[in-house]
Design a protein around this ligand. Sequence first.
Ligand SMILES: [Mg+2]
Length: 267
Amino acid sequence: MKKKVLFDAVIFDLDGVITKTAVVHARAWKKMFDDYLHKREAEHGEKFVEFTHAGDYLPYIDGRPRYKGVESFLKSKDINIPFGEPSDTPDSETCCGLGNQKNIAFNEVLDTEGVEVYPSTVSLIHELKNAGIKLGVASSSKNCKQVLEKVNLLNLFDTRIDGVVSAEKGLNGKPEPDIFTTACDQLGVKYANAIVVEDAVSGVQAGKKGNFGLTIGIARENNKKELTDAGADIVVEDLEDIMGLGGLNSLFNQFSAKQPIRSAKCE
Ligand SMILES: [Mg+2]
């Protein structure tokens, strides 16, 4: 006899969960910041310290909205420049200007190298879709739609809350839960009946704060401990370890009952 599916929706992060774009983002960030830090050394005599993946990208940038990521990294280095406006040109010395510079580098790599997907995530997405589970994508990226189109997955999602939609709606970025809760609201699903899948510390924190039925962390960076500490109910190295819809159902059954009582907008 077929087991009843206990949850109504799964909300996926994009970069590092569905597509291998997290690596492209990380490379683009490093190029932009190293260039900027070299420039500061030349102009202000501040000793150049290389931007690193573990020490800078993962704690300050990964998963956050573009300009907030710039702000958060610079703050960690005691560098104070104006936040600026999203319309700032890429040569403006503002958080927005530097973020725009990074986006140019990102798009160059996308165009020349294309986008790769994680096969286990794509196969789970298809399995869930066939089972009638609602699907959402919740990403800080303003390139989300374009990336999903490139890999032919855009039409499988019932809702997409990304960097563009967030700016339009004035949503707080991860680690706040807004983009995940908004995705649930759009789908008409209670937060308690939804599963969040994330690879970033800030995204897992968002899942935890939103009190979803289950928050799954994917440790792509050998960062199981960080994701567990951030509040993931379970951490895997790849969604292959979940064992499909059946496995997801068992995990939901195991963890959702342990979540605190929450208020959901969609009763
Ligand atoms: Mg991610």
